[in-house]
Write a protein that binds this ligand. Structure first.
Ligand SMILES: [Zn+2]
Ligand SMILES: [Zn+2]
Length: 256
């Protein structure tokens, strides 16, 4: 039995565009021996298999920031695997508005041969406030800004606080949610100069990091155009944010 330390493991730090370096989004947070998976883009199941401490049958909770395919596509294979491993314990999926109907269509219509997942699958559409409290671990959400329903998640234990932004443009509710966190894992889709209205760039992150006053800013969700710019993107943020800045990569472990 391997002792499981509290930690963050970045499973995928890329986007919907293929990259030899980065898989689509997925983050694993281990708190008090329990795994919490945030998003599960293509490749997440395989990345989980690379984590020696991680037994997929121990996974009880997936948190979906939004329903873009690069953030959710592995939910089908993860649930199929749990079925094949004869899971009977409840399995919870938390996501924005539309999550329950998405899962219903997926497993009642598209993959209806898997509809027995409903024997253990419980889903919850979330908008804001505390959505999970178990022993001394609490999860809260706030809406973000991404063109479709989208939310950020904050995890609190007595020792640690971590917020995961998901995909978002600068979002006022996320600032409130993440204020004072030890770690803010935030998307950083593009270098400055590429504005999409639904993502952020380093100059936005300076403001977000300072407004939330987080200790550690972890950047993820890099489009391929970022690869040649990562050093300068980090430098731009560090010039005006005095906290720690971490450029994420796939399978990076951050020990808490
Ligand atoms: Zn994305
Ligand atoms: Zn998205």
């Amino acid at each position: 039995m391997i002792e499981i330390r509290d930690q963050i493991i970045l499973l995928g730090t890329g986007t919907a565009l293929s990259s030899a370096k980065r898989l689509s989004p997925g983050i694993l947070i281990m708190l008090k021996g329990k795994p919490f998976l945030i998003d599960c883009g293509p490749g997440t199941q395989r990345q989980l298999a690379k984590i020696p401490e991680m037994e997929i049958t121990n996974l009880d909770h997936i948190f979906l920031t939004h329903l873009h395919v690069d953030h959710v596509s592995d939910i089908s294979i993860i649930l199929k695997e749990l079925l094949m491993l004869k899971r009977v314990r409840e399995f919870h999926v938390y996501g924005p508005s539309g999550t329950t109907s998405f899962l219903n269509v997926l497993f009642s219509d598209v993959f209806n041969y898997l509809n027995v997942v409903f024997n253990f699958l419980k889903s919850q559409d979330c908008e804001h406030g505390v959505i999970f409290q178990q022993e001394d671990i609490r999860v809260s959400v706030a809406p973000t800004v991404h063109g479709i329903p989208s939310i950020a998640f904050r995890f609190d234990s007595p020792e640690h606080s971590i917020t995961c932004s998901g995909d978002t443009a600068p979002a006022p509710a996320l600032i409130d949610l993440a204020t004072g966190c030890d770690y803010l894992i935030h998307e950083c889709s593009f270098p400055d100069g590429i504005e999409t209205g639904s993502h952020v760039t380093p100059k936005d992150l300076i403001q977000i990091a300072n407004d939330t006053n987080v200790k550690n800013l972890v950047l993820t969700h890099f489009y391929p155009v970022c690869e040649a710019e990562l050093i300068s993107m980090e430098k731009i943020i560090k010039q005006e944010f005095s906290g720690n800045v971490i450029i994420g990569h796939d399978l990076m472990r951050i020990m808490l």
